[in-house]
Design a protein around this ligand. Sequence first.
Ligand code: 6OG
Length: 154
Amino acid sequence: MKKLLTLVLITRPNQVLLGMKKRGFGQGRWNGFGGKVEKGETILEAAKRELFEESSLKSDDLKEIGLIDFEFVGDPQILEVHVFTTSKFEGEPTESSEMRPQWFNVKDIPFDTMWPDDHLWFPLFLSGTKFKGYFLFEGHDKILKQTLDKVDSL
Ligand code: 6OG
């Protein structure tokens, strides 16, 4: 059983935009913008929609850079997260009911307040390297197993 999700990371020179998740899955953690792919939309359409809903930003330039499968002990559902990035966007980051956006210098990314997988693959994202990963979680804080590979295409 797989559930498709999106995650969008917006950049500008030496900075990345993250949102503080205010409710739901991942509450209290900084993350990119995204959510579930709905029936009748493509993964890219979902990525754009969630980006706009959560940050008020629009982009027609999202590039897929990563694909990560997350499994949680005791849960048969695998989360298949499609990670996109762009530096071309329109609008001003605006707080939504889900997310409070904030720019971070790439040297000051708040990994302590993010999902524990992020510090492993962010260096690949930040260097423009495409990647595929798998993380098995016990609860929301502990990674039991992981794979992470650079790929030429997703
Ligand atoms: P909603 O359920 O709120 O979308 N997501 C994760 N992101 C990271 N960095 N690490 C994880 O490790 C994640 N699990 C899920 C995908 C959830 C949002 O959170 C992302 C979606 O953007 C377990 O609709």
